[in-house]
Design a protein around this ligand. Structure first.
Ligand SMILES: [Zn+2]
Length: 206
């Protein structure tokens, strides 16, 4: 599977462009900012973007969605429990001292266990509430894109609206650990890791 990582915005969000090698169909995960750089990377790689799929809707993960959605005329897909965060994204941004963001339109909702087809690949949706109520992870080909649910050596904050630490830890243990030790974990901030590493060394998961 094609995986390109672009670090975007003042909070250094990992935006991922993932794609099928054979068909060049691609999806954009969490375009938080730098829409022009994301668009030019897609064009340069000769990819055919089909949709934007977000792990959640905190402002730092959705700031570039509208520009990319308008440019490629593709759907923005999200879990419905994070719709309230899309609605108040600009208030979140200004509360962090940052500029308001262009509000995207959500075109489609996804649920736990759903499969999304991307060329010859299948992406499984895993609902992992805790960091926000509508957090989801996307699993394909031994890779999981986890947003702010899990980080190398840490877990997502749960002090923002709708967050719950207990729910977050349960989501990781019950829905991400079963993916298997060798699964590569691509977080929303910071370096990639594996399920094995986090089981062994993450102090929040002892
Ligand atoms: Zn977040």
């Amino acid at each position: 599977m094609i995986i390109k990582n672009i670090v975007v915005g003042p909070l250094e969000v990992n935006c991922y462009i993932i794609g099928c090698e054979e068909t060049k169909e691609a999806a954009i995960i969490d375009p938080g900012d730098n829409a022009e750089e994301i668009i030019s990377t897609i064009d340069k790689e000769g990819l055919n973007p089909k949709f934007i799929i977000n792990t959640h809707a905190h402002f730092d993960h959705i700031g570039g969605v509208k520009a990319i959605q308008d440019h490629f005329k593709i759907d923005f897909i999200l879990h419905k429990d994070d719709l309230f965060l899309v609605e108040n994204a600009s208030e979140q941004a200004t509360s962090f001292g940052l500029n308001p963001i262009p509000k995207p339109e959500v075109n489609k909702y996804i649920n736990n266990g759903e499969e999304i087809t991307l060329g010859n690949k299948s992406i499984t949706v895993i609902h992992t509430p805790g960091h926000s109520p509508g957090c989801v992870c996307y699993y394909s080909d031994n890779n999981v894109f986890v947003g702010d649910t899990l980080f190398a050596g840490s877990v997502g904050r749960t002090d923002l609206p709708g967050g719950s630490h207990e729910t977050l830890i349960n989501s990781i243990k019950e829905r991400l650990f079963p993916l298997g030790d060798n699964t590569i974990v691509h977080p929303g901030h910071g370096p990639s890791t594996t399920i094995e590493n986090e089981k062994a060394h993450n102090p929040f998961l002892k």
